[in-house]
Each structure stands twice: as C-alpha cells, then as structure tokens.
Write a protein that binds this ligand. Structure first.
Ligand code: HEM
Length: 149
C-alpha cells in the first residue's frame, strides 16, 4: 500500500505510539497545577487508556472505544478556550518529546482541534449533569488565586 493511503494511526506507529504519547500527556496533565484539579477523582491509567482507544478509532485504527462521546463525557466540565488551549499546548509538547515528525504532529493536533466546538463552554450555564449529584468541574486558573493577594 502506498504511504499516502495509510491511516494516520498507521503512519504514527500504531497503538504503541499512541500509548507512549498519552502517557507523557497525562503525566503533564496530572502534574499541572490547574489541569490536575479536573482529574482528582480519576485514575491516570484509565484516562490514558480511554484516550488511546478513542484516538485509535479517530485516526483510522481498530475501533475498540467503549466510552462516552466527547461532548457527553465533558458536559459537566467548564472547559474554556484558555483551558482547551493549555491542554493543546501540553499535547504539542508531548508530541515533540516523543519525537513525532512535524507533519504528523500537525495532523494529530488538527484532529484534536476538531473537538473544540463540542467541548468549549462560555460559562457554567452551558454545563449539564448526567445524574443528580454529579459535580460540575469549574476551577479558576492559578493566577486568579494570587491576583488579589
Ligand atoms: C481542556 C480540555 C479537557 C479537559 C479538562 C478534559 C477532562 C476530562 C475529564 C475530567 C474526564 C473524565 C470524565 C469522567 O469520567 O467523568 C475526561 C474524559 C475523557 N476525555 Fe477529556 N478533557 C479535555 C479534552 C479532551 C479532548 C480534546 C478529547 C479528545 C480528543 C478528550 C477525550 C476524552 C475521552 C475519550 C474521555 C473518556 C470518556 C469516557 O468516560 O468514556 N478530552 N476528560
């Protein structure tokens, strides 16, 4: 098969590459002072595996993803453009650290960018909960805690 016909999944190196990049990404997410607040109740390895299965499907690999749609999985989280862009920055850094070639890195980031519209919210009023006592996740960026000090 000519290289041009191969899926992005194959071209980046398949499941091993996705797992490696997502381990690096979630190491950054789980140690970032603002980002980590959204993940306090969630084991890191579960998120890494869900992200890998989801991106495998999205990039044209085997479909093993059994989770929620991104819109539904994030409907209780106030994801602002600033937070979305912070995650993209951490993803871009992870792709560079894991030696993903520039053109593939751009394609990977473009695939990720397609979720902005489904995930980004203007305010807490745009959130929904799946069950009565589901917590709405809404944390100020760290500088908001220090600006008035
Ligand atoms: C700033 C942006 C984001 C934040 C703060 C965030 C946060 C979270 C959190 C807290 C969960 C756990 C939800 C739960 O189990 O209740 C989650 C799940 C998930 N996220 Fe994100 N996320 C972000 C962006 C993205 C993007 C861009 C994608 C896809 C490219 C994505 C894909 C997923 C997937 C596949 C799951 C698992 C869904 C499931 O439970 O089945 N996330 N995210």
């Amino acid at each position: 098969m000519a290289a041009i016909d191969k899926s992005l999944y194959e071209r980046v190196g398949g499941k091993a590459t996705l797992a490696r990049v997502h381990q690096t990404l979630y190491n950054k997410i789980y140690s970032h002072p603002w980002m980590k607040l959204y993940f306090e109740q969630k084991p890191q390895h579960v998120l890494e595996n869900q992200q890998t299965d989801f991106m495998t499907m999205l990039m044209g690999g085997p479909n093993q993803y059994a989770g929620k749609t991104p819109k539904f999985a994030h409907q209780h989280i106030v994801i602002t453009n600033e937070l979305f862009e912070l995650r993209q920055q951490l993803l871009a850094e992870s792709l560079t650290e894991e030696n993903i070639p520039t053109t593939l890195k751009q394609e990977w980031l473009a695939a990720d960018e397609t979720f902005r519209r489904a995930l980004v919210k203007n305010s807490i009023q745009d959130c929904e909960v799946a069950y009565a006592n589901q917590e709405i996740l809404n944390f100020k960026p760290p500088r908001a805690y220090t600006q008035s000090d």
